[in-house]
Every structure is written in structure tokens, then in C-alpha cells.
Design a protein around this ligand. Structure first.
Ligand code: NAD
Ligand code: UGA
Length: 447
């Protein structure tokens, strides 16, 4: 089998490489010259554990190539996957499908013979049908089908998520005679290794597949937002959110995953996909009010986090040094898209604090999106040096083992805002810190 993968970003690169690992020949088409140059030189432009080795092995085996020649990649491909970005459109929050449509038009222009176009990008309901119209308008002579195969990988765990997915969704145009069979047969062959692993493969219609992706991401975002609100409630009534989350999660109907309180969900997908689902609902005359609320609560939450740090300082951080541990939207990624740190550091900077920050992978991606005045430190202890307050924004494992005693040797002040609950409140209090976290009683020394 041979496929073309249009877009060599997170999804295109990971899924293209994993298909190659399954034994398929994969041509990744990437238009960003820097990204393409990096890939051709064997450098991985994103931080994803294990990806460098997998890419190198498949390039070496001759199954994985990178280029910008659309015609060469599409020629003879059994399927053409589209994995370009679908960012939020400014203003109305709808997904911007212009990159998808542009890519599809390029594919249509150069395609020879039967072509199966598969959307791997997260696309609004109706995009598959619009793609069919564009292809038909561009090349009325072309024999083609459109399928939807949304991707559920998580950054930081992307290879395992792709190779051992909870499910694979394949949506085809059930109204087109013969289209479904042709598309399903090709995709069945491509995903054969997952059949053998007995991973569930769901065959459905185009619109359903497109909606499944938004419903899944929005449900998870709503679950996080739920525990974040319960966390706030715990603080007011003296309950412990860790025990609440664990206990409700033990009910198999609820499940224990995605119940960790946080400064708000971020990343390249949950924020934009929840906004997009609300737009899809509004446009269809069927508002998804739970998700509209999820979006609003999450935005307010990020702002509330900066205010908490300022309150811990006694209402004023002007001239204070604040050490920040973790900048990326979650650990094991260098991705800064819609990270809570952007909102929180902006507030602290505007309030006059001196910020010393460290992130194990995100220092370079953080620089362009964080305030100019931020000092980037060489490690966590360097960020804590001279700090009046220490703030944890991302729960990288290496921060968990920092002992309070060690922090005391570096920090000037004795205040910690742990916005990921990585430390034990009692030990911080015993070490003399004023310690606040999420959904657990504050450990603040009274004068
Ligand atoms: P990305 O921005 O990292 O990558 C997209 C790539 O496509 C870029 O490198 C861009 O240069 C390239 N590109 C754009 N137009 C092109 C064209 N016409 N020809 C060739 N290359 C082109 O985006 P991403 O994070 O990989 O996300 C892609 C899609 O997958 C989005 O719809 C996203 O919602 C979805 N998704 C992302 C994740 C994730 O974890 N990042 C997971 C599941 C689904
Ligand atoms: C998410 C989904 O988990 C993937 O299944 C999906 O494919 C992907 O979006 C996508 O569509 O792009 P990802 O954005 O990589 O993956 O990261 P997650 O691990 O889901 O975390 C998203 C955000 O939620 C992070 O900011 C994280 O800190 C936050 N989160 C997660 C919490 O605040 N609490 C939790 O319990 C879990």
C-alpha cells in the first residue's frame, strides 16, 4: 500500500510515521520550508517522545519520505490523507477549513485515476461533502471518494495512541453507490494491523464521523471543567478534590481519567474544538449549551489563576520575583498553544512582577508568546532562585521530586502556588511555606 499524507505537523508526522511502521509506503507533503528542511535533515520539528527513532527507522527502510511535490506524492497513492490545521477562526470560533479546502483542491488538480481523499484533520460536520463538491468542481472527470478518519492521539503519548487506539472511526459517504465499499476496503487494509490487535473499528457515515471527533474532545473538556468547578467548591466547603475525584472515578460509569483539576484545559485542540462545536450547534439550530458553558468557565478559570497568585502575595506582586515551573499546556510536549501560562504570566507581568520561568521542553516555543520581560532559566532550581513566590503551572515529573528543603535554599520568600497539585500540602507547611493548591485546604501560616 502507498499513501500520501498532506501536512507534516503533529498529526501528519505521527500518523504518517506510524502507517509506515505498519508497512505502508508514506509520502508526507509539507509546505512549510523550515519544517520540511528539518524533516529532510532528520530533525523532528516537534517534541514527541520516541518519534525521532521511529522516523529514522522508517526513512532508513525507505517507507517514509518528505517533500513538497504534491503530484509525486499523490500519484499512485491508495489514499490521500489530509492532516493540515483547522484553527479557530477569529471572531466566531468556527473551525477555519481554508487549509483543508486549499489542500484538497491541490490534490484534485494533480490526481490521476481513482483517488480516495481522507480527512484526518478535525473538521466541522459537512466538510466531507464540501470537499466532494470542490473536487468535482476542480476535476469533473476524476473518479474519487471522500472519507473521514478523525485522529484521537494525544501529544506526548501520540505513538502509543496511534498504534493502540481505543477505536478507529471510518466515515464514508453512504449515499454514494459503491463509494462506501471502495473507501472502506482501502482503509480496512491500511488499518489491518489494528484489526489483528482487535482494536474496535467503527464504520459509519461522513457526518457522524466528523461529529464523533468533536463530541469526544468536548466531553473530555467538559469533564475537566466539571472537576475544576468541584475543586473550587471543595475549597469553599473544606473538602479535598483529590478524594472526590478518585472516589467518583471509581464508579466505572464515570471513570477516573481526566478528573485532575488544573488551571484550565489548553492545547491545540480542546479550546478550539469546544468553540467549534458550539458554532456547529448554533448554526444547526441546536445549541450545545453544556459546551458553551464549558468554554466560558475555562476562559474565566485561567484568569482566576493569576488572581490567586496575586492574592497569595497579599494583593500586590509589583516588584516581586515569581518563579514559574512549567509553561507548556501539559507535560511531555513543547506545545504552547492556548497554554494557561500565557494568560497567567501576562497578568503577573502586567501587575509588575519579575518572572523567572523554566520548562523542560517548551522554552523556545514559549518565548514568542510570553511577555518580553520573562527571564528563562536553566532548570527548576534556577527559576526558584530569589523567588518570593513559586508557581507550578505544568506537572512535569521532574518537578515532583523537588524537595521543600531544596526550594528553601534558593527561594527568598516562602510562598508556593501549586496549580497542578503535584506536592503534598502537609510537607510544604511543615517546611514553613504558605502553600495553596487546587481544591484542597490552603496551608497558610497565620501571623
Ligand atoms: P499542525 O499545525 O502542527 O500541522 C499542520 C501542518 O500542515 C503544518 O506543518 C502546515 O505547514 C502543513 N500544511 C498546511 N497546508 C498544507 C498544504 N496545502 N500542503 C502541505 N502541507 C500543508 O497541526 P496538527 O496539530 O498536526 O493538527 C492538524 C489537524 O489534526 C487539526 O485539524 C487538529 O485539530 C487535528 N488533531 C490534532 C491533534 C494534536 O494532538 N495536535 C490530535 C488530533 C487531531
Ligand atoms: C486531546 C485529546 O486527549 C486527544 O484524544 C485528541 O486527539 C487531541 O486533544 C486532539 O484532538 O488534538 P491533547 O490536546 O494532546 O489531546 O492533550 P490532553 O492530554 O487531552 O490535555 C488537554 C488539556 O487538558 C491540557 O491542558 C491538560 O493539562 C488538561 N487536562 C487534562 C486537565 O486539566 N485535567 C485532566 O484531568 C486532563
Amino acid at each position: 500500500m502507498r499513501i500520501a499524507m498532506i501536512g507534516g505537523g503533529y498529526v501528519g508526522l505521527v500518523s504518517g510515521t506510524c502507517f509506515a511502521e505498519f508497512g505502508t509506503d508514506v509520502a508526507i507533503v509539507e509546505t512549510n520550508p523550515d519544517r520540511l528542511a528539518a524533516l529532510r535533515e532528520g530533525r523532528i520539528p516537534i517534541y514527541e517522545p520516541g518519534l525521532d527513532r521511529l522516523v529514522a527507522e522508517n526513512v532508513e527502510a525507505g517507507r517514509l519520505t518528505f517533500g513538497d511535490d504534491m503530484a509525486a506524492a499523490v500519484k499512485g497513492a491508495d489514499a490521500v490523507f489530509v492532516a493540515v490545521g483547522t484553527p479557530s477562526r477569529r471572531g466566531d470560533g468556527q473551525a477555519d477549513t481554508s487549509y483543508v479546502y486549499a489542500a484538497v483542491e491541490q490534490v484534485a488538480r494533480v490526481a490521476e485515476g481513482y483517488t480516495l481523499i481522507v480527512t484526518k484533520s478535525t473538521v466541522p460536520v459537512g466538510t466531507g461533502r464540501e470537499i466532494a463538491k470542490i473536487v468535482h468542481a476542480t476535476r469533473p472527470d476524476l473518479d474519487f471518494d471522500v472519507a473521514s478518519n478523525p485522529e484521537f492521539l494525544r501529544e506526548g503519548n501520540a505513538i502509543v495512541d496511534f498504534m493502540k487506539p481505543d477505536r478507529v472511526i471510518i466515515g464514508t459517504d453512504q449515499s454514494k453507490p459503491g463509494g462506501t465499499e471502495r473507501a472502506q476496503n482501502i482503509l480496512r487494509k491500511l488499518y489491518r494491523p489494528l484489526y489483528l490487535l482487535e482494536r474496535p473499528i467503527v464504520f459509519t457515515g461522513l457526518e457522524t464521523a466528523e461529529l464523533i471527533k468533536y463530541a469526544a474532545n468536548s466531553f473530555l473538556a467538559m469533564k475537566i471543567t466539571f472537576i475544576n468547578e468541584i475543586s473550587d467548591l471543595c475549597e469553599k466547603v473544606g473538602a479535598d478534590v483529590n478524594d472526590v475525584a478518585r472516589s467518583i472515578g471509581l464508579d466505572g460509569r464515570i471513570g477516573k481519567k481526566f478528573l485532575h483539576p488544573s488551571p484550565g484545559f489548553g492545547g491545540s485542540c480542546f479550546p478550539k474544538d469546544t468553540r467549534a462545536l458550539t458554532a456547529i450547534g448554533r448554526n444547526a439550530g441546536s445549541p450545545v449549551r453544556l459546551i458553551e458553558t464549558t468554554v466560558a468557565v475555562n476562559e474565566l478559570r485561567m484568569k482566576a489563576m493569576g488572581e490567586r497568585v496575586i492574592a497569595l502575595a497579599g494583593g500586590d506582586v509589583k516588584g516581586l520575583t515569581i518563579g514559574v515551573l512549567g509553561l507548556t499546556f501539559k507535560p511531555e510536549t513543547d506545545d504552547m498553544r492556548e497554554a494557561a501560562s500565557i494568560v497567567v504570566l501576562d497578568q503577573l507581568d502586567k501587575a509588575g512582577a519579575q518572572i523567572r520561568a523554566f520548562d523542560p521542553a517548551g522554552m523556545e516555543t514559549a518565548r514568542p508568546v510570553l511577555p518580553q520581560g520573562v527571564t528563562y532559566c536553566k532548570d527548576a532550581l534556577d527559576a526558584a532562585t530569589g523567588a518570593d513566590i513559586l508557581v507550578v503551572l505544568t506537572e512535569w515529573n521532574e518537578f515532583r521530586s523537588l524537595s521543600p528543603e531544596k526550594l528553601k535554599t534558593r527561594m527568598t520568600g516562602r510562598k508556593v502556588a501549586d496549580l497542578r497539585n503535584i506536592w503534598d500540602p502537609e510537607s510544604l507547611k511543615e517546611a514553613g511555606f504558605d502553600y495553596i493548591s487546587l481544591g484542597r485546604p490552603d496551608m497558610v501560616h497565620t501571623a
